[in-house]
Design a protein around this ligand. Structure first.
Ligand code: UDP
Length: 235
């Protein structure tokens, strides 16, 4: 049997949760994600999840329309809390124990982010969902995934994508001849401005030797394939 990962961070973009709706939360998609996560837990892999908020609100879009950037970003972080609660609900519905930890304190809703407590939950085989990003404006949930992965010593970040099945050298929807990478370094990502992960997140991963793998969310078997440890930066 191939060596498996012990602890992973799964990054779900907000858009992924929207599914075909294009906005908000698609219950079917969230149910499918929850069952896939359940399978990972069953393989004895500790899993922490960072959820985005782009299906509800993106700070940049708000600030482009004249809103104060920090305020718009805080709204984005609150959007990630809604997504996290929806995911937790679905996980628990599927019999998977989970805890939401938020970087912005809201005690009636979720636990505050406490690194050691998060690790303890993981050790007890609970899924931990990190909500409210880093708690700081001007950051993204990609960066949150990189930061939390470094903090909890996860080996890999699994980036769920809902349109592409890996990393390409150009947008495959615009350039059908675009080439898919089998392997990639963070420097390639940064130099090529490849957009699969933002530059702050890439730098953090590069400096802390965190691997990332990019997989299509709609192909159910793919997440399972990522149980095994492969020295890929993408697939
Ligand atoms: N955000 C932030 N700080 C963080 C994480 C997120 O300000 O540490 C805000 C930012 O406005 C962002 C929004 O939350 O646009 C939603 O997160 P993101 O765009 O990363 O979500 P995704 O693209 O994964 O859906």
């Amino acid at each position: 049997m191939m060596e498996k990962y012990n602890r992973v961070v799964l990054k779900l973009s907000g858009e992924a949760l929207a599914g075909k709706l294009g906005y908000g939360i698609d219950p079917e998609v969230i149910q499918s994600i929850a069952t896939q996560i359940k399978e990972i837990v069953a393989y004895d892999i500790e899993i922490a999840i960072v959820v985005g908020g782009g299906n509800i609100w993106r700070g940049m879009a708000g600030s482009a329309k004249g809103m104060d950037r920090a305020t718009a970003d805080y709204m984005g972080m609150l959007a990630t809390v809604m997504n996290s609660l929806a995911l937790q609900d679905s996980l628990e519905d599927n019999g998977v124990q989970s805890r939401v930890q938020t970087s912005i304190e809201m005690r009636q809703v979720a636990e505050p982010y406490i690194r050691r407590k998060a690790i303890r939950h993981l050790e007890k085989k609970r899924v931990v969902i990190f909500a409210a990003g880093t708690g700081n404006p001007y950051f993204s949930t990609d960066t949150t995934a990189a930061l939390r992965a470094a903090e909890i010593e996860a080996e890999v970040i699994l980036m769920a994508k809902n349109k592409v099945d890996g990393v390409y050298d150009a947008d495959p929807f615009v350039h059908p001849e675009a080439k898919k990478y089998q392997e990639l370094t963070y420097l390639d990502l940064l130099n090529g401005n490849l957009g699969v992960m933002d530059s702050t997140a890439s730098t953090l991963c590069m400096d802390n030797d965190i691997l990332f793998s990019c997989f299509p969310l709609w192909k159910r078997a793919t997440l399972k394939r990522l149980y095994s440890r492969k020295n890929w930066y993408s697939n």
